[in-house]
Design a protein around this ligand. Structure first.
Ligand SMILES: *Cc1c(COP(=O)(O)O)cnc(C)c1O
Length: 392
């Protein structure tokens, strides 16, 4: 793709900035390194390439720097799962369009969210539809559909979503109440199987036909994977989604929406961790499962590992597997699968984890007094003569 050479340049530039930052700051605490140019570019890919509208699933990373950067890129709709997330969005974009697509909410949350203004709610059971109470005109209610199929690395469908029969009854009820009807699903996070989206879109069309309701919108969820060169993969998925929608909704195609979390933000943040201690085949790092590596407990997170010495040189040579422990006293604080790293890696060296923007900072606890809390924008790091200056 035409964007490839620029990608490589940005990657090189940011790696040079990481080396300069190591040399100058010798950071002993874990750092989250934000890459705003990359986030801008990914947002543009979604906004231009997705055959419909784009919202961002705030739970993947709600750092204000991330939300502000997305707003600058032109994202105006945000999928929120709590009142706190809705407030975080309002703080950076007061007139943002909010989709409250966590299908279960307490009555007090509904009240608070209504006063913040919600354009679309999702439901997967009658009791939650009733709980919403009267809604302003033009508010949309999206019935969350769940199929017994998993395409993602981690299944969200088993917690939320109505099976087709219930979804049909719910959709009919939404329309009968005079609310704007919509359908939504989530194929599972880090989903690399285009057939997942195609199957869900076909199922949504059947549900709509049986309900005798024309959905105004179809939200195809998040699930867009993160991997090297994921822009191409996303474009293939966009094509699949557009084709399946044309095929299954030939008469009145619904307005398409997507709500990526991981696919939007993964590549836009790296983690810089430090080796506290080295054993024969094990490393204790300054962050772990209670910190920004929380997601590693449940899945192998796509992204790359690079080791740096304390003077910013890349550690090279043969690699071997290392058991990775976090800094806390809990023996559960251990990454399930070993990491392959240079055999020469030593105490006080650094490990750069790329592709770490999603479900990393968002999962940090302060257990045992640890946990990544510092975010540095790589844009503010200049690499003049190998020295690092932090601007602003
Ligand atoms: C978590 C979530 C998303 C984002 O999922 P990703 O796999 O990170 O893209 C989108 N929509 C809903 C309703 C979610 O719960």
């Amino acid at each position: 793709m035409g964007s490839e050479p620029r990608n490589i340049t940005q990657e090189h530039l940011d790696r040079a900035r990481v080396a300069a930052l190591i040399r100058t700051l010798q950071p002993d605490d874990p750092l989250a390194l934000f890459r705003p140019q990359v986030l801008q570019r990914t947002a543009q890919h979604f906004l231009r390439g997705f055959p419909g509208h784009v919202s961002y699933a705030v739970k993947a990373n709600q750092a204000p720097e991330v939300l502000r950067c997305l707003v600058q890129a032109g994202v105006t709709t945000f999928d929120v799962a709590s009142v706190a997330e809705a407030q975080a969005v309002r703080a950076v974009l007061p007139d943002a369009r909010l989709h409250y697509h966590n299908p279960v909410r307490s009555r007090s949350e509904i009240g608070a969210a209504k006063s913040l203004g919600v354009a679309s709610w999702s439901v997967d059971r009658f009791s939650e539809l009733d709980k919403l109470g009267p809604l302003p005109n033009h508010t949309q209610v999206a019935v969350r559909v769940s199929l017994e199929r998993g395409g993602g690395a981690y299944d969200f469908g088993s917690k939320f979503g109505a099976p087709p029969d219930l979804a049909e009854a719910l959709l009919r009820e939404v329309a009968e109440r005079g609310i704007t009807p919509a359908l939504t699903f989530h194929p599972g996070t880090q989903c690399t199987d285009p057939a997942s989206w195609a199957d869900y879109i076909a199922a949504c069309a059947r549900i709509a036909t049986r309900a005798g309701v024309t959905p105004v919108a179809l939200n195809v969820g998040g699930g867009f994977p993160s991997c090297p060169g994921d822009g191409d993969m996303h474009h293939r998925l966009f094509d699949t989604i557009a084709a399946a929608t044309r095929a299954h909704f030939p008469d009145q195609p619904p307005q398409l929406w997507c709500e990526p979390g991981r696919g939007m933000v993964s590549s836009a943040m790296w983690l810089l961790l430090r080796v506290k201690a080295r054993g024969e085949d094990m490393l204790t790092l300054n962050d772990g499962l209670y910190g920004a590596l929380g997601e590693w407990r449940d899945m192998v997170v796509p992204g790359g590992l690079t080791a740096f010495t304390a003077d910013g040189q890349t550690v090279t040579g043969t690699q071997s597997p290392f058991i990775i422990f976090g800094p806390t006293c809990d023996s559960l604080d251990r990454v399930p699968d070993p990491w392959r790293l240079p055999t020469a890696i030593a105490e006080e060296d650094y490990i750069l984890v790329t592709g770490a923007g999603a479900y990393s900072l968002a999962l940090v606890t302060r257990f045992n007094g640890y946990g990544t809390s510092k975010l540095i924008s790589l844009e503010t790091v200049s690499d003049h003569a190998g020295q690092c200056r932090l601007a602003g």
